[in-house]
Structure formats: C-alpha cells, structure tokens
Design a binder for this molecule. Structure first.
Ligand code: FNR
Length: 180
C-alpha cells in the first residue's frame, strides 16, 4: 500500500481546497491510501523549539516521515500560499538535517474562486519544495479556476471535463510516485 498524505493549505472548515482534495482522493487506485495531514494545530515555528520540542511537532514529523508521497491542495493568499502551510513546511524541515519532506514525490494543486486559479500560490510552493528536495510533477500543472462553480452542494464535482482532467492528473502522479 502506498501512503499519500494530503496537505490542505486552507485551515478553514469545509474549505474549497478540502472539498477539491476529496474529489482528487477518490480518483486514486486501490493500492494508494490517502490520509489528510492536520496542519492547523501546529504552533508558529520558532527555532527555540528545536531544544524543547512540542509533542505536536514530533507527532507531525513522525506522520510525514511515514508517508510515501504528498499532495498539496491550496488556495492563494495575497499571491502566495497561506501562512499555515508555510509553517507546516517549516516545522517539517527542522531541526537542521532532519527534513521529513526530503525526497517525497509531490503534486501541487491550486484553486481560486476567480479565473486566476492560484498561480502565485502554486509557483511559490514549487520554489519551497525545490529547497525541501521534493520531486514535483511538472506536467500537467494543476490550476483550478472558478472552484465555487465546480463544487456542488455535496462537495462533488460533476463537470465532466474537470473530472477527466483530475483523473489524468492522478494517473500521472501515480506513475510519478512509482518511479520515485
Ligand atoms: C484571499 N483570496 C485570494 N484569491 C486569489 O485568487 N488570489 C489572492 O491573492 C487571494 N488573496 C487572499 C488573501 C487572503 C488573506 C484570503 C483569506 C483570501 C481568496 C481565496 O482565493 C479564497 O478565499 C479561496 O478560494 C478560499 O479557499 P479555501 O480557503 O476555501 O480553500
């Protein structure tokens, strides 16, 4: 079984990102197991905590370490990805030399309620993942525009073009993970 962590960049309840993530998860094959990784409970990272490590950091780092792959689904905040996600990446990257993200194949999905589709968030995240040494799917790039129009009341996407696109994305990612 391949364990895929789903890291949602939004920490608000029932976020569009979480709903979109659920539509992505259900397109994985049966030998892939998806698990949401909690980031909202992580206090802001401060290097002093390397001396006196909060239990919540240890649990988070152990959880990420046990993953085979990571999918990021994120909105855009002020032309970048949200601070909560940056904090989670920072927590996992330290103490120096113990980066738990290291080598884990990643997929980046950005979304927005407008046509802009989180391009800035998507590419800022790519920059950070390069430093964390995570191989990232290059193509297809995944920018989900007008997300509110795509998600039904039940959180399901019914637009067939979008469903087909998400299936292609997942199939590409599954092959990518197997290669790594
Ligand atoms: C936003 N939003 C936003 N949207 C966008 O396309 N580009 C942006 O730069 C921003 N900036 C921004 C800053 C802050 C602080 C907030 C709270 C929101 C709107 C954002 O795209 C919208 O709230 C998300 O679609 C919500 O996604 P979730 O949180 O439901 O996943």
């Amino acid at each position: 079984m391949t364990k895929v962590g789903i890291v949602v960049g939004s920490i608000r309840k029932n976020s569009f990102s979480e709903q979109l993530a659920n539509n992505i998860i259900e397109r994985f094959p049966e030998d892939f197991e998806a698990e949401f990784i909690e980031i909202a409970n992580l206090p802001l990272y401060n290097q002093d905590s390397d001396e006196n490590v909060p239990e919540v950091y240890t649990n988070f780092r152990d959880t990420v370490k046990a993953l085979d792959a990571v999918v990021f689904v994120t909105p855009e905040h002020n032309r970048s990805f949200p601070a909560a996600l940056k904090n989670a990446l920072d927590v996992g990257s330290r103490p120096y030399g113990s980066n738990v993200w290291d080598g884990k194949p990643a997929l980046i999905v950005s979304q927005s309620p407008s046509n802009l589709s989180g391009f800035g968030a998507n590419h800022h995240l790519r920059q950070v993942l390069a430093f964390l040494n995570m191989p990232v799917v290059q193509q297809p790039e995944v920018y989900i525009a007008n997300v509110m129009d795509l998600l039904g009341q039940d959180g399901k996407i019914t637009n067939q073009d979008t469903i087909n696109f998400l299936q292609t994305v997942v199939d590409t990612y599954v092959e990518f993970v197997k290669k790594h």
